[in-house]
Every structure is written in structure tokens, then in C-alpha cells.
Design a protein around this ligand. Structure first.
Ligand code: ZN
Length: 84
């Protein structure tokens, strides 16, 4: 009877995947047009000497070039417009 152990194993896997998804996704608001943007963190981001993760992306609504920085102290995402 291997059934109970299989159910436990798949349950643990589902739990781990759900936690991973919630940690990787954040919502950001475009500072130019207030559009809600889906922001996805990835492990090979640029990280500076202070531990800040920095990302470059583009607003899906107004196509403004944006910079996102994640503060390592509280994981807060700071969005700013990239100067042209
Ligand atoms: Zn925008």
C-alpha cells in the first residue's frame, strides 16, 4: 500500500510551488500612467554592492522605460522612470 505516502509527497510539492509563486510575483504601478504591472523577480538579476536587486523593464501600457529596485531590508519594490 504505497498510496498514503504518494498523496503526502504530492501535497508537499503543491505547497512548495504555491509559496514559490507568491514570493516571485509582485505588482508594480507605473509612475507615469498608473497602470498595474505584473513584476516577476528572477534569480539572475543585477545585485549591487549593497544587496539591492535592480531590474529594467517597460510599462505595458505607455511603454515608458522603468527601473525597479528591490530593497533587501524589506523586499519593497521601488519603481522609477528611467531618464531619457
Ligand atoms: Zn505606464
Amino acid at each position: 500500500m504505497g498510496m498514503p505516502r504518494d498523496i503526502m509527497a504530492s501535497h508537499r510539492l503543491a505547497m512548495r510551488q504555491r509559496v514559490g509563486v507568491s514570493a516571485d510575483f509582485q505588482t508594480a504601478v507605473c509612475p507615469v500612467c498608473d497602470a498595474r504591472l505584473m513584476f516577476v523577480r528572477h534569480p539572475d538579476a543585477d545585485i549591487d554592492a549593497c544587496g539591492f536587486e535592480s531590474y529594467r523593464f517597460e510599462c505595458s501600457e505607455c511603454h515608458t522605460a522603468l527601473a525597479g529596485i528591490i530593497d533587501p531590508a524589506d523586499d519593497a519594490l521601488l519603481i522609477s522612470q528611467v531618464a531619457a
